[in-house]
Design a protein around this ligand. Structure first.
Ligand code: NAD
Length: 381
């Protein structure tokens, strides 16, 4: 089959879904690779590098879509991109089907099969294609780097001839994939790191990484993630109050807050309120990784960095993986290549879109003129 990578149409998106290395591995599955000219440029991959890896470089998105059997990209498709695809063509990209019913209808009407990387089930067998995790891992790391860049002091404590420097205190709110990556980066820079999550089962992971789990003085135990596929459920009002009270106590002490708290299918919970920002010291930094879903901090402006009247920097960037475009593209292209490997079981260049396979079924949101979202729950774990 011909696998073609589109240049991302979204302004400022630097990632690409195919790298010269992933193309070489795709060719070992019997596929032929194509790419739109300039698609890898912002991620550091030139047209020449692709050509050297045997990839055919095509002059436009239309030429690419016309010539491909499978189109791969990073961001969810724009309507104009879906319009380029022909009947029977497969698209593999992020898609966010629950938030984009009109795109589902459009893909259905065009007879396009859409495989949503954000719908890959979070089961062990599918970890190699779990692009949500590979991108969240980058975002968590980058959040700490961005915090350090905006923080006018050391992370690590020091005793020098010129004086004693206290270590920075970092609080990570939400210890999923991004939060754990942030904890790892923060601890490795030498900050005293605290973390909180509504899922009590992450306390052990937090402490094994050298951070301190923030316990609440609260009798009710939260439902653990097992009931909700590993994800958080909304908190009771009483639990939320106890959480906010604890954060208010911590706010004057904490130099850097990294928030990553999300609940599937809902806006991000507001956990770092305006009065907490006001309690923080001048020079403190808040990095809100939930900005795209409305933000965990009251003051977050998506895609912007603001400085409050009391001198606290609040960063609401939504493009952290794109800020590490070479690495992000390499990891994402690997996720895509693994998805294509599962779709090509004979390694013979023939796609077998097996809807009996839990992972392929879970990720397929339209197929042959039908909407196949939402999928049935996976049978295996
Ligand atoms: P996510 O991005 O949906 O949420 C981030 C974190 O925010 C979660 O840990 C959640 O518990 C937390 N959160 C929600 N509300 C909060 C609140 N009020 N206060 C504090 N924290 C709050 O999560 P994710 O990173 O996508 O991970 C979700 C789960 O899936 C995790 O258990 C993760 O370990 C699991 N996972 C499993 C696999 C696998 O293959 N088995 C792969 C990736 C992730």
């Amino acid at each position: 089959m011909k696998i073609g990578a589109l240049k991302e149409a979204f302004a400022g998106e630097n990632r690409v879904a195919m790298t010269p290395d992933s193309a070489l591995l795709l060719s070992k599955l019997g596929h032929e690779c194509l790419i739109e000219t300039g698609a890898g440029q912002a991620a550091g991959f030139t047209d020449e590098a692709y050509a050297k890896a045997g990839v055919t470089v095509l002059p436009s998105a239309k030429a690419l879509a016309d010539a491909s059997d499978v189109v791969v990209k990073v961001r969810g498709p724009e309507p104009a991109e879906l319009d380029l695809l022909h009947e029977g063509e497969t698209l593999i990209s992020f898609f966010w089907p629950a938030q984009n019913p009109e795109l589902l209808e459009q893909a259905k009407a065009r007879g396009v099969t859409a495989v949503a990387m954000d719908m890959v089930p979070r089961i062990s067998r599918a970890q190699k294609m779990d692009a949500l995790s590979s991108m969240a891992n980058l975002a968590g790391y980058r959040a700490v780097i961005e915090a350090a860049n905006n923080f006018p002091r050391f992370f690590t404590g020091q005793v020098t001839a010129a004086g004693k420097v206290p270590p920075a205190k970092v609080l990570v709110v939400g210890a999923g994939v991004a939060g754990l990556a942030a904890i790892g980066a923060s601890v490795s820079l030498g900050a005293i790191t605290y973390a909180f999550d509504v899922r009590p089962e992450v306390a052990e992971q937090i402490s094994s990484m050298g951070a301190e789990f923030v316990y609440l003085d609260f009798a009710e135990t939260q439902t653990d993630g097992a009931a909700t596929g590993g994800y958080a459920a909304p908190s009771s009002p009483e639990f939320r109050e106890a959480q906010l009270k604890k954060f208010r106590e911590l706010a004057p002490e904490i130099d850097i807050v990294i928030t990553t708290a999300l609940i599937p299918g809902r806006p991000a919970p507001k956990l770092w309120t305006e009065d907490m920002v006001q309690l923080m010291k001048r020079g403190s930094v808040i990095i809100d990784l939930a900005a795209e879903r409305g933000g965990n901090c009251d003051l977050t402006v998506p895609d912007e960095k603001i400085v409050t009247a009391n001198g606290v920097t609040v960063v609401g960037y939504t493009d952290f993986p794109s800020r590490m475009a070479t690495q992000a593209s390499t990891l994402y292209a690997n996720n895509i290549r693994h998805m294509l490997a599962d779709l090509t079981p004979g390694k013979d260049g023939i796609i077998n879109h097996n809807m009996e396979d839990d992972v392929i079924r879970g990720a397929t949101v339209t197929k042959a003129g039908e909407i196949t979202f939402p999928p049935p729950p996976p049978k295996i774990a």
